[in-house]
Ligand binder design. Structure first.
Ligand SMILES: Cc1cc2nc3c(=O)[nH]c(=O)nc-3n(C[C@H](O)[C@H](O)[C@H](O)COP(=O)(O)O)c2cc1C
Ligand code: SF4
Ligand code: SF4
Length: 277
């Protein structure tokens, strides 16, 4: 098949999905002799208009895994506004060293419903949004070498295609997808008010540059007073990890309990990145 444009279309709070999706799409474009384009839908402005693709497009669609699935507040945008109309896709999820559960399956299925055919896919480990210990420094050289391999094998596969594959690529996960992963305490009870947790701002460190308000994917931080977060917080940690002064943090008891629990259970191991062809 002849592909004229390879797209990186992605959401990325702390940059790991962006790193993998753009690298993979650029690499594929080079190998296929196609143009490279990118659409970042992290900020609200990137989700204002629908995106439509066609038979000469290959779309690397990247999203982090939140609670074992595609982030629930982004799912409607993907479902309703990203149209394939005969395009090929490579769904890519980033996950924070715990598990990608059904995130990749869900993304592949939604893309299939929207007129894409997934020709390859990947689940890559990224440093966990909540931590600097969990998946620290991932994706690293080893992960990116696997992404290189994926680009090469996907390009070879696409060049050999004479028609759209009858089915999307097989990926790991349950189909139908399972409910969202729920953070639990030691007694197995869901952590109280976890969804309500929002970052706090240290007034001694904040220089009022306004970066966090511009970066927040939910547009939830008040630009006039960044300590005020009137909107929803998806805990993407963009404001926490990207504040140049280190002024933002979570102090919510349940959030910190979950963060430490995850670090205790999973920081000591190296989860695998996986590719599917
Ligand atoms: C609300 C939330 C839920 C998450 N749930 C999971 C999960 O279920 N499994 C996992 O391994 N990582 C999980 N993560 C970690 C992210 O998937 C991971 O850090 C990813 O690399 C973030 O991508 P980004 O840098 O593009 O924002 C979660 C992160 C957030 C913010
Ligand atoms: S990015 Fe940090 S320093 Fe800048 S306004 Fe936000 S909290 Fe303050
Ligand atoms: S306020 Fe919440 S949603 Fe907004 S950038 Fe910070 S962690 Fe992400």
């Amino acid at each position: 098949m002849v592909i004229k444009t390879v797209w990186a279309v992605y959401f990325s709070g702390t940059g790991t999905t962006e790193k993998v999706a753009t690298y993979l799409a650029e690499n594929l474009a080079r190998r296929l002799g196609a143009e490279y384009k990118a659409h970042n839908y992290t900020q609200p402005a990137g989700r204002e208009a629908p995106l439509s693709f066609g038979p000469e497009d290959l779309v690397v669609l990247g999203t982090p895994v939140y609670a074992g699935r595609v982030p629930n507040l982004l799912l409607p945008f993907i479902q309703e506004n990203i149209h394939g109309e005969g395009a090929l896709a490579v769904p890519v999820v980033l996950y924070g060293n715990r598990n990608f559960d059904d995130g990749l399956m869900e993304l592949r299925n939604v893309l299939g419903d929207n007129g894409f055919t997934s020709v390859a896919a990947a689940a890559v480990v990224g440093e966990h949004s909540f931590s600097t210990l969990l998946g620290a420094g991932r994706p690293d050289g080893e992960d990116m070498a696997l992404v290189d391999q994926l680009a090469q094998r996907t390009a070879d596969k696409v060049k050999e295609l004479t028609a759209l594959p009858a089915q999307g690529v097989a990926v790991e996960g349950c189909d139908p997808v399972r409910p969202y992963y729920t953070p639990r305490d030691r007694n197995g009870e869901p952590i109280k008010d976890f969804l309500k947790a929002k970052p706090v701002t240290d007034p001694g460190k904040c220089v009022k540059c306004g970066l966090c308000a511009r970066l927040c994917p939910m547009g939830s931080i008040d630009g006039e007073d960044v300590s005020n977060i009137p909107g929803k917080c998806i805990k993407c940690c963009a404001c926490v990890k990207k504040c140049p002064m280190g002024a933002k943090s979570f102090t919510h008891e349940g959030y910190l309990y979950h963060q430490h629990e995850l670090e205790e259970q999973y920081a000591g191991r190296r989860a695998e990145s996986k590719i599917f062809l």
